[in-house]
Design a protein around this ligand. Sequence first.
Ligand SMILES: Nc1nc2c(ncn2[C@@H]2O[C@H](COP(=O)(O)OP(=O)(O)OP(=O)(O)O)[C@@H](O)[C@H]2O)c(=O)[nH]1
Ligand SMILES: [Mg+2]
Length: 284
Amino acid sequence: MDVELGWSEGLDPQGSGDRDVTESPTPAERVPADVRLLISLATYNEAGNLEELIAAIRRVAPTANILVIDDDSPDGTGEIAERLRRDDPRIEVLHRPGKQGLGTAVMAGMRHAIEGKYDYFLNLDADFSHPPRYIPQLVAGMERYDVMIGSRYVEGGGIAGDQFDWKRKLMSGGINWYARTTLGLTARDTSGSFRCYRVSKLAAIDFARIYSRGYSFMEEILFRCQQVGCRIGETPIVFENRRAGVSKINPKEALKALVIMGRIGLHRLLGRERSRASGASVRR
Ligand SMILES: Nc1nc2c(ncn2[C@@H]2O[C@H](COP(=O)(O)OP(=O)(O)OP(=O)(O)O)[C@@H](O)[C@H]2O)c(=O)[nH]1
Ligand SMILES: [Mg+2]
């Protein structure tokens, strides 16, 4: 297993400070045009965020393709995505018939990136918790790493203001500890979905073996990336509370995530989870 941690050389661990580069990015604060990048946004009831978020992404990643994966959101997010797609040929929308979980949505995005032979696949939540200004730093880190994590838990990272109450801090810290222990993950922030992946490495993962459908996908895919020898880097981000709408995570989802991680952890103990780099076997 070849896992490295730390910031990519040449990156400012403080990010771009308080300045919101999405307002007026300099060329160095944009993703270079020669990078084949797919940015995915899984959406379920994000009507109040989507249009503004895509506009902010466009300012730092003008040539990236953006894939919206919407699960027939009752609030009309899918229709907003369609309208935006008509005006921007680099936007694609995958409409799924009903809520199928964040994990399956991100997995669908990864398959799309593999089929489209992109260089990198970058995912962020569609609620502004993951400020798009960090996208260029995540992409720049790919010079040294195969997975770059936008991390709350490395120096310079954190949560804006004091937006997490003690219960949420405890839950987030506990989940990270649990994931690191059960799955042997080495990253500091194992549960956030703000990440950039090298698509050729994703293609080496056997997607048919992935158990997670919901939130534990974030920890499980990191585990699968470690299994295929990915070098993993983290760059600090300051996480913000969602702007509009409500959270979709609930205690049942959280419990399911813990059970799945425990199950994979048990398989590891029993020696059923060895490092492997199989061909891309994609479940449809
Ligand atoms: N397509 C799809 N997207 C989903 C599903 N569940 C959650 N999402 C999206 O996944 C992202 C993360 O979900 P959130 O509800 O923000 O979860 P969270 O970030 O843990 O919770 P908050 O911080 O409270 O917002 C958001 O963009 C959601 O719209 C799903 O079943 N299908
Ligand atoms: Mg969120």
